[in-house]
Ligand binder design. Structure first.
Ligand code: SF4
Ligand code: SF4
Length: 427
């Protein structure tokens, strides 16, 4: 691309996708799963199995120092514990289980093995034993497991009934498919945090329905269909009135944020139904404006999901875990999906962006599109020339990594990566 073409390239708009309107599909169990034992900087599970062990679905296979657990998502034989590359390109230990179709372990036995029978376990112990992600059990991004007990009382809880990415529909489908369980879940949240204001976000088409389903239980907040209306940090700010920058955990400000999917796993755990062993993932491609949502056992490799859908991975030049705005490109289709993988976005050769980075032409598009009005072009240039302190004067910590600036930049500058480098460099 030459400079003139770059200047006159129209600003691209984030494409709009539609849910396929169908129920969430279960895929047949994979031949094997790969369950990571570490989320670097956040949580480390000590393995409770070894190569050659037979394990049942639901069985605890790893445990953290605070008693949070990770489970076998299928029954089978532990083939090995080896290091793998995760979605976020960390090299971590993982348990590989080859399927044998034996029946699952009962929840009572799972709790017995945990060392705390269900009847006498506290709510937090039940959630930790079941591997549930909530603000009360395991850390989120940027905070450690050990920090969890030190945060202030939760005053606001935001339940996300809308996914942030324009191609992911798992939360709104789960919202629509499980109103009774969601009522149970909200009541559980009230027990855990009795003084908290609870809000539920919903897409426009489900707002009136949600108000009827959950009267007096929660405040329903409609979220627009445009990507800029769905950016999580800004949604939480609108709902709670508190802006929490990307570099700070919500809990530091007394806010709990969890998705409808995690709320349902809480209900499953506290009703003794099952531990957190499956994940809903929306699969979409750059050429289809429709998408499909599937339920997979945790640890299923990307390739297996695409094979089951008959969308072979060899047809795609790039596979992102996530959506088109914040998704992470994968080196391999063998990467297993985990609790924080919400979608796959498949790109063919013709829609992979040109990776030639040009100089900034001062067009101002990045600053114009930034939802929090950062001077993105200046920040990008300062970081590029290693002028980190100068860049910090422009409040880089407020960036929510929404990707809109990079999406519209005609020079294809890696603006989000530059901002992330700045935020992660030592002060
Ligand atoms: S960095 Fe911003 S101002 Fe510079 S070319 Fe890209 S969009 Fe335009
Ligand atoms: S990613 Fe870019 S557009 Fe989004 S908040 Fe950060 S600087 Fe602004």
């Amino acid at each position: 691309m030459n400079l003139l073409q770059a200047i006159f390239k129209p600003i691209a708009h984030v494409p709009k996708y539609q849910s396929d309107g169908a129920a969430i599909r279960d895929i047949t169990d994979p031949e094997y799963v790969v369950i990571p034992l570490e989320y670097p900087g956040q949580i480390l599970f000590k393995p409770e199995v070894k190569a050659g062990d037979t394990v049942c679905q639901n069985q605890i296979i790893g445990r953290s120092s605070l008693g949070s657990c990770v489970h076998a998502s299928i029954s089978g034989v532990v083939k090995e514990i080896k290091t793998i590359w995760t979605v976020r390109s960390f090299n971590v230990p993982a348990v590989v289980i080859e399927r044998n179709d034996q029946p699952p372990m009962s929840m009572d036995e799972m709790f017995e093995r945990y060392g705390q029978p269900f009847e006498s376990a506290s709510t937090i112990q039940k959630l930790r034993a079941s591997g549930v992600i909530s603000s009360w059990t395991t850390p989120g991004r940027f905070h450690l497991e050990a920090d969890v007990d030190e945060y202030p009382e939760v005053k606001h809880i935001v339940i996300k009934g809308v996914n942030e990415e324009p191609t992911i529909f798992a939360n709104e489908k789960l919202l629509e498919e499980n109103p009774k369980m969601i009522v149970q879940g909200i009541r559980l949240l009230r027990d855990i945090a009795p003084r908290a204001v609870i809000s539920l976000t919903a897409p426009p088409r489900l707002v009136e329905w949600a108000k009827q389903q959950f009267p007096d239980l929660t405040r329903v907040v409609g979220i627009g269909d445009e990507y800029k209306d769905r950016i999580e940090r800004l949604v939480v700010s609108r709902v709670t009135g508190a802006y929490v920058p990307n570099t700070m955990p919500y809990r530091e400000k007394g806010i709990g944020v969890l998705s409808v999917e995690y709320l349902l796993t809480m209900v499953d755990a506290l009703e003794r139904t099952r531990p957190f062993i499956t994940k809903c993932v929306t699969v979409a491609s750059c050429h289809e404006s429709r998408s499909v949502t599937v339920r997979i056992p945790l640890g299923t490799p990307i390739k297996t999901i695409l094979d089951r859908l008959n969308w072979p991975s060899k047809d795609y030049a790039r596979i992102l875990v996530g959506g088109p705005m914040k998704g992470i490109a994968q080196y391999s289709d063998e990467t297993p999906l985990t609790k924080s993988s919400h979608g796959l976005f498949l790109m063919t050769d013709d829609c992979v962006p040109d990776e030639t980075v040009l100089t900034c032409i001062n067009c101002g598009c990045c600053t114009k599109v930034c939802p929090i009005n950062l001077q993105v072009h200046l920040i990008g240039r300062y970081v590029e020339y290693n002028m980190i302190e100068e860049a910090r004067r422009y409040h880089v910590e407020a960036c929510n990594e929404c990707g809109l600036c990079a999406y519209c930049c005609p020079s294809h500058r890696p603006l989000v990566q530059l901002i992330r480098m700045c935020n992660q460099s030592e002060k």
